[in-house]
Design a protein around this ligand. Sequence first.
Ligand SMILES: Cc1cc2nc3c(=O)[nH]c(=O)nc-3n(C[C@H](O)[C@H](O)[C@H](O)COP(=O)(O)O)c2cc1C
Length: 197
Amino acid sequence: MKNDKKKLTLNEAIKNRWSPRTFSQEAVTSEMLELLFEAARQAPSSRNAQPWNYYYAEKTDGNAFQQLVDCLSEGNQVWAKHAQVLMVSVMKKKIDANNRPNGKALHDMGAANVSIAIQAAGMGLQVHQMGGFDKEKAAGLLQLDTENFEPVTVFAIGFPVNEAHFSEEEKKRKAQHLTRKEQKEFVFRMSDMLRSK
Ligand SMILES: Cc1cc2nc3c(=O)[nH]c(=O)nc-3n(C[C@H](O)[C@H](O)[C@H](O)COP(=O)(O)O)c2cc1C
């Protein structure tokens, strides 16, 4: 009998996603950005609250872009200022329907951010998220009502450079990306655990 079962493989975009520190000068088009935002839009969230907002500036925006660069830690500024787009992910802390704290807001913000990262990788782009930035400064810049909104990460977005042109530092970054825990370190089949009791 013909075996027409398709070999199961890891999704290519998940396989290819990583967080580079070097971006090419190739432009990120508005069509690409719209697809990244659509990826966030389609992410799951508790009560479908969709507690995510995104504020972005393109390098060509000049002042707005520079002001975002200024919010980053010095270590992040050095490389992230060369990205084509910088974007802040901002979580909405309260649920619209009842104005109560949304205990899953940070989780759901992360889910939307990963959705963006995977969509980006699927289009040949990469994003590099940063927690290293001045949250208060960013909240001020974005004129956020901090009772309800909190900046979570800043994204650097762009096309990665060809591996042949990697600096020694970028080679190390890629090697770090490849350093992964084994599944057995974080996956536990409960029936195996319970049997040994
Ligand atoms: C919430 C968050 C905060 C991060 N903050 C920084 C940061 O400030 N600077 C930086 O260079 N990388 C930062 N990273 C990138 C991580 O270092 C990176 O995702 C991790 O080393 C795994 O590498 P990979 O994304 O290439 O697989 C951050 C990632 C996340 C998800």
